[in-house]
Ligand binder design. Structure first.
Ligand code: THU
Length: 155
């Protein structure tokens, strides 16, 4: 048997080490979580992207009375970008979360990771990911690396 290893390389930094653009996208994600609808989990998530023309779009998690049928912030936003972004590419995506009014650590769930990988394939260009947390910021240069051996519907 051949043994293979998938490693994730990521950076941890403070907010003032972010580039001006990354900082703008992070702040848009923090703003977006104010529009989260999460009465069931009380976990409010905001996501924002910067497209290659500089436009910033954002989204938030939208829960459903038939919890857990709601939508994560990342997928709410990526669905919107897929439907309305034309052929513009996502350069960077930021995610931020709050619960009980306090900032929380947040990393994309499994389904969102697959959706981010799909979007990366569609646009044939890596998406940088900026993850907010109570302490530091995590930066991943290629968000698709978060899901090694992701599903690829190769018909
Ligand atoms: N949630 C997101 O919006 N993004 C994630 O990556 C993880 C989880 C939402 C789903 C649900 O509304 C709440 O957070 C608790 O799971």
């Amino acid at each position: 048997m051949i043994s293979k290893k998938a490693e994730l390389e990521y950076g941890i930094c403070s907010e003032n080490e972010l580039s001006a653009d990354d900082s703008k996208v992070l702040n848009a994600a923090r703003q977006a979580l104010k529009n989260s609808y999460a009465p069931y989990s009380d976990f409010h998530v905001g996501a924002a992207v910067m497209l290659d023309d500089g436009e910033i779009l954002s989204g938030s998690n939208q829960e459903n009375e038939s919890f857990p049928a709601g939508l994560c912030a990342e997928r709410a936003l990526l669905g919107y970008v897929g439907a309305n972004g034309g052929n513009r590419k996502i350069v960077v995506m930021a995610i931020s979360a709050e619960s009980e009014g306090e900032r929380r650590d947040v990393t994309p769930c499994g389904i969102c990771r697959q959706t981010i990988v799909d979007m990366t394939r569609r646009q044939a260009c890596p998406i940088k990911l900026v993850l907010d947390s109570a302490q530091n910021i995590i930066v991943i240069d290629n968000a698709a690396h978060l899901l090694p051996l992701s599903f690829n519907f190769d018909k």
